[in-house]
Design a protein. Structure first.
Length: 411
């Protein structure tokens, strides 16, 4: 009986450690001193049942001593009752902890290869963020390998459709442009892609949009879009991309005299501006930061900027109701930046570990530091929140959706 009680106390000790091992406070120090287990090893054990068993073995000598000490001090009936209750409680804790679905889920991806599709060419903000996410997902899905596959085309539509068509086993996920929400508003056939049905894993950021003009262009301000004697050449990705849809909408809002040139993926638009082939580009602030910082371009307008931003805000310049509606729509899309999703129908016992790993990755100091160094803003949200937001966007009043469709179809 003494041996069994020692095991129970050890198990309880290991579980309690799991609750506090990663807490940088006095409780963590007390537990470290009590059990003599290195904090890093114990934190790893909390995410892996096999490592937990190793931790159990490590804590056995300490908890054996504690158990015997407790036994020696509880010779009267009351003391013995306290000891029995404590041990019984340990058994309850052990059973409840072992039955936790997260334990069973933690090994689902062990030994598996997850393909993370980035729906654009290598280079640029989407690719950079996608590769960063993939590396840290590996860390929080123990035993898995996450490989990045670039699938560009049609403004992220090709890559998004590949994700949508994948088996719902959680082994194919990826990232694509939020502009596909504009595409869906006007699409007649959603059989190959319906954003409301996807298995949403999370979103990484809030991305304001900036209108950047090339340093080699004669266009230096928003007013110049009206004063030039020829259309201003603006680069975009494919017609279903956010850059294309939002460039068209921005032109409508401010009656800009532009000529859109499509087909620019990744950093191609920036290179084209550097060569003097196009005048301007509307894209995410983080993707264009280094381009502007290096003196290759100038930001003349921002959409969805933070309060107090020194840049000219489109919302302040919009005068008509139509212009205000357009800018509001683009600002809404900017809140859902750097999305990650899987195909429809991923079972909850596979989807939840992916969501948990995603949020753990974005709480990791290493990822945060790398993102800051790369100039990638981090404002993450979990997949259930993204799913709710997507459904809400497509569940607006019919008259609002009709207005948006008309604006987009007039392009």
């Amino acid at each position: 009986m003494e041996c069994a009680s020692d095991v129970i106390v050890s198990a309880a000790g290991a579980m309690v450690w799991c609750e506090f091992a990663e807490t940088p406070g006095i409780m963590g120090k007390i537990l470290a001193a009590t059990y003599g287990v290195e904090q890093r090893k114990s934190a790893e054990a909390c995410h892996d049942p096999l490592k937990w068993l190793q931790l159990l073995r490590l804590t056995m000598p300490q908890s054996k001593t504690m158990s015997r000490s407790l036994k020696g001090r509880t010779t009267n009936g009351v003391g013995m009752m306290i000891r029995i209750i404590a041990l019984a409680g340990s058994w309850v804790m052990l059973v409840l902890w072992a039955l936790n679905p997260a334990i069973a889920q933690s090994n689902l991806f062990d030994g598996k290869t997850i393909t993370y599709i980035v729906a654009t060419k290598p280079g640029g903000g989407y690719d950079t963020m996608g590769r960063l996410v993939a590396r840290y997902l590996e860390k929080y899905l123990p035993g898995s390998q996450v490989i990045v596959k670039n699938v560009p085309g049609a403004g992220h539509l090709v890559g998004a459709k590949m994700i949508y068509a994948a088996d719902p086993d959680g082994l194919t996920i990826g990232s694509f442009n939020t502009g596909l929400m504009y595409w869906q508003l006007t699409a007649d056939d959603l059989s190959e892609l319906d954003l409301t049905k996807m298995s949403w894993i999370g979103k990484a950021a809030v991305e304001s949009r900036v209108l950047v003009v090339s340093a080699k262009s004669n266009v230096k301000s928003l007013e110049d879009f009206h004063n030039v004697d020829h259309p201003v050449k603006m680069a975009t990705s494919g017609q279903s991309s956010a850059s294309h849809q939002e460039t068209e909408l921005l032109a409508k809002a401010f009656n800009l005299n532009i000529q859109i040139i499509t087909g620019f993926e990744g950093t191609e638009a920036e290179l084209s501006m550097m060569r003097g082939e196009v005048d301007a580009y509307l894209g995410s602030a983080s993707s264009l930061k280094s381009f502007v910082d290096n003196g290759n371009g100038k930001i003349i307008l921002e959409i969805g900027g933070k309060p107090g931003s020194p840049l000219p805000q489109a919302s302040a310049l919009a005068k008509t109701d139509e212009a205000k509606s357009i800018i509001s729509l683009i600002e809404t899309q900017s809140q859902l930046a750097r999305l990650t999703a899987g195909p429809p129908g991923i079972p909850q016992d596979r989807l939840q570990p992916l969501r948990d790993a995603y949020m753990a990755a974005f709480a990791d100091p290493g990822l945060i530091a790398e993102a800051e160094k790369l100039g990638l803003p981090i404002v993450p949200a979990a997949g259930d929140i993204v799913a709710e937001r997507i459904r809400a966007d497509f569940g607006q009043k019919p008259e609002i959706l009709a207005l948006l469709r008309d604006l987009l179809k007039d392009e």
